[in-house]
Design a protein around this ligand. Structure first.
Ligand code: 13P
Length: 398
């Protein structure tokens, strides 16, 4: 194991963890109440939860001023679509070349605090033979891992979906931690045109909460992502109404599963009109609605809100984030973009080794723009036409 991974792993309280899971436990803040099966309820003992301090520290590091997350965890199928758009075959070597370009962009860690990886990348080396994870750690970027197993149809619903991946999750999260991951992502979706049905919302919320508890148990900070899809012709008020319902339910089940709020990060969709709505919203309107939603539903104990871009153009996603940071918020309000960070970069690269530097420069331009937006200081000047193009795809799967 390399020096960088070894330093990351030093704080791993593995032995404590095994003791801890033997009893029934209820977490509160950084403490754990352990009730042994053999004792009476009055014999509750309080002890520090094994990973609580580390989870809080990791979440705070990711939610640090002027920084956000690079989502580069496209599944092999989705990555294939991206590569296809620039005329490249979906081979492991091409995925490796592209991801090497991303993680080794010089100075990326000035703007990016965490990078979400697909499992292949977590165990992969760069084209120069260095572990991707080590390159990230050297850049001062926390490695994260997508742990959900994707969406499938939800029987009994209105053509909605649910997210798979809970079976065997605790062994996977333990292995990912050993490999250097310190946070996780689980993306489930809610569709407005298809309802959403009460069943789909409940299933999404429950799945996220179970995943969050399991991830924390393995030392990974869970990113809680109920994506409310942009699909539809509904207005912004309808999105707001659905988002209120979804987040109420998500926090109900997070609390029921004893998830430590200080050790999670959220990845919401911004509150916008549906992609096919004729009324477009200004960044100010998006910010007003989204902040109203967050204030009503998100406890201040949560350290960071890291938005997804969801098909907005690169510039739109940055302008909206900037509008949300014009006055102080109880949480770090930042980004966890995939398309809105990578789009111009991918096109600039085009699979050609001679374009690697230019592509890295465009990634850094976007990362810096969003870093400024996190600080409320983005002006939008000098943006390319490419960066202004929307990327909405109907029925998008990640
Ligand atoms: P987009 O920013 O492209 O929506 O992707 C973010 C993400 O990670 C979705 O899970």
């Amino acid at each position: 194991m390399s020096a960088a991974s070894a330093t990351l792993l030093k704080s791993s309280p593995i032995i404590d963890k095994f003791e801890w899971v033997k009893g029934q436990s209820l977490r509160q803040g950084s403490a754990t109440f352990v009730q042994r099966h053999s004792t009476s309820p009055s014999a509750l003992t309080v002890r520090a939860s094994s990973y609580a301090d580390e989870l809080v520290k990791t979440a705070k590091t990711i939610a640090s001023p002027g920084r956000g997350i690079l989502a580069m965890d496209e599944s092999n199928a989705t990555c294939g679509k991206r590569l296809d758009s620039i005329g490249l075959e979906n081979t492991e070597a091409n995925r490796q070349a592209y991801r090497t370009l991303l993680v080794s962009a010089p100075g990326l860690g000035n703007y990016i605090s965490g990078a979400i990886l697909f499992e292949e990348t977590l165990y992969q080396s760069t084209t120069e033979g260095k572990k991707m994870v080590d390159v990230l750690v050297e850049q001062n970027i926390v490695p994260g891992i997508k742990v959900d197993k994707g969406l499938v149809p939800l029987p009994g619903s209105n053509n909605e979906s649910w997210c798979q991946g809970l079976d065997g999750l605790s062994s996977r999260t333990a292995a990912y931690y050993q490999q250097g991951a310190r946070f996780a992502k689980w993306r489930t979706v809610v569709s407005i045109p298809n309802g959403p049905s009460a069943l789909a919302v409940k299933e999404a919320a429950w799945g996220l909460a179970r995943y969050a508890a399991i991830s924390q148990d393995s030392g990974l900070v869970p990113i809680v992502e109920p994506e409310i899809l942009l699909d539809g012709d509904h207005g912004i008020d309808r999105t707001f109404e659905v988002a209120q319902k979804v987040w109420a339910e998500v926090f109900f089940y997070l609390a029921e599963n004893n998830v430590l709020f200080e050790g999670i990060l959220l990845k919401p969709s911004m509150v916008t009109p549906g992609a096919e709505c004729k009324d477009k919203a200004t960044p100010q309107q998006v910010a007003d609605y989204t902040l109203k939603l967050l204030h009503r539903r998100i406890p201040p104990a949560v350290p960071g809100i890291m938005f997804l871009s969801g098909g907005q153009s690169e510039v739109e996603a940055t302008l909206n984030l900037n509008a949300m940071n014009q006055s102080p918020n109880p949480w770090h309000v930042s980004f966890s973009y995939a398309r809105a960070l990578q789009n111009t970069c991918l096109k600039t690269w085009g699979g050609r080794p001679e374009n690697v530097k230019a592509a890295q420069d465009t990634l850094l331009v976007r990362a810096k723009a969003n870093s400024l937006a996190q600080l409320g200081k983005y002006t939008g000047e000098g943006e390319s036409e490419e960066a202004k193009k929307g990327m909405f795809v109907k029925g998008y799967v990640y």
